[in-house]
Design a protein around this ligand. Structure first.
Ligand SMILES: O=C(O)CCC(=O)C(=O)O
Ligand SMILES: [Fe+2]
Length: 339
């Protein structure tokens, strides 16, 4: 299920892309049931900066919900009969603690294809979340580049990688470490997510950024890259992600909240959410404790982007706005986007 290469990619890149993840016939039966029953899915809700927000265009069904078994009987059976074994095998490969029976959540998701997207986020943003591992399995057999809906990973201050959400492809990542978002989907899109909890998630050392951490990171090799490498491997990146990626997140938030959908927010509320994000991020960027480290990290992030732009000069216009590297339908190593 996960090869040595996948485990190495998870370790080095922060995520692994696993093609042909499930038995083909099983994957087909899951998506045909989701397609047939999607009107019973519920609008996705998410928390940003303490606010509960809609996500226009994105609908889901949590297998823990009352009624899930009636809406998606085959999917529910898959969850109770197969998912624990899948997760146990993946955890054994990636070195996570084997989950207890109630530590696994599964959500079926449909994007209606009218532009629904996810802003950059961590699946475990801090307490009380206990998530440690995320698997997302994509079920789109007619996916093409113009359909969008790629998942984008943003390894701290390194090139961002977009991954096409093609049929029977899974992405696997540490929930506390992988900053990721989803580009607007222009065609109907199905996937499901598996989240594994561990009671040991979010120990104080994974949550409380101190001056000592910044010093240790800075002395890694004394450069911006050293600091970025430190945060890339540390769940402490969650304390500063919004400040490092302030501009990207402002754009993502607006794009997500303004997508077409019956639960779209009014413009004044969207603007207020974006302003609140920018105020918090700017306060961090200007604080005495974080100013220098954040300036280095922002510069490292921009250098990664600049290198990609340089590579693509004359080939693509605007392609590097959202990501620098791309893993297309054929899988394999990431390539510079050229289209
Ligand atoms: O739809 C996806 O590709 C990922 C969704 C996601 O990031 C989430 O539900 O947290
Ligand atoms: Fe996520």
């Amino acid at each position: 299920m996960l090869s040595d290469e996948h485990v190495a990619a998870l370790h080095h890149e922060g995520f692994a892309v696993v093609d042909d993840f499930l038995d083909q016939a099983l994957a087909r039966s899951l998506v045909s049931e989701m397609r047939a029953r999607h009107t019973a899915f519920r609008p996705h809700r998410w928390i940003f900066a303490g606010l509960k927000l809609p996500k226009p265009g994105v609908y889901e069904l949590d297998m823990h919900d009352a009624g899930a078994r009636d809406v998606l009987p085959a999917f529910h059976a898959f969850w109770s009969e197969h998912v624990p074994e899948i997760v146990t095998r993946v955890c054994a490969r990636v070195g996570c603690a084997p989950p207890a029976g109630d530590a696994i959540s599964v959500k079926a998701q449909r994007n209606d294809g009218r532009g629904g997207s996810f802003a950059l986020h961590h699946d475990n943003p801090g307490p009380p979340s206990k998530r440690v591992l995320t698997l997302v399995v994509y079920l789109n057999d007619a996916w093409q580049p113009g359909h969008g809906g790629e998942i984008v990973f943003a390894p701290f201050a390194a090139p961002r990688v977009a991954v096409a959400p093609v049929f029977n492809r899974a992405v696997v990542f540490h929930s506390e470490l992988a900053l990721h978002g989803v580009l607007p989907a222009r065609a109907e899109r199905f996937c499901f997510s598996i989240w594994v909890d561990d009671p040991a998630a979010n120990q104080p050392d994974a949550c409380n950024l101190t001056r000592a951490h910044l010093r240790a990171g800075a002395h890694h090799d004394g450069s911006a890259n050293g600091l970025a490498a430190f945060f890339r491997r540390s769940p402490l990146q969650r304390s500063i992600a919004r400040a490092v990626y302030m501009e990207e997140m402002s754009r993502d938030l607006g794009r997500c909240l303004r997508a077409a959908g019956e639960d779209a927010l009014d413009e004044a509320t969207v603007a207020a959410v974006v302003r609140a994000h920018e105020a918090a991020a700017t306060a961090q960027r200007e604080s005495a404790e974080l100013r220098d480290a954040l300036a280095l990290l922002v510069r490292a992030k921009e250098a990664a982007r600049g290198a990609a732009q340089e590579r693509e000069r004359g080939v693509a216009s605007g392609a590097v706005d959202d990501f620098e590297l791309f893993i297309g339908a054929g899988g394999g190593a990431p390539e510079a986007r050229t289209g």
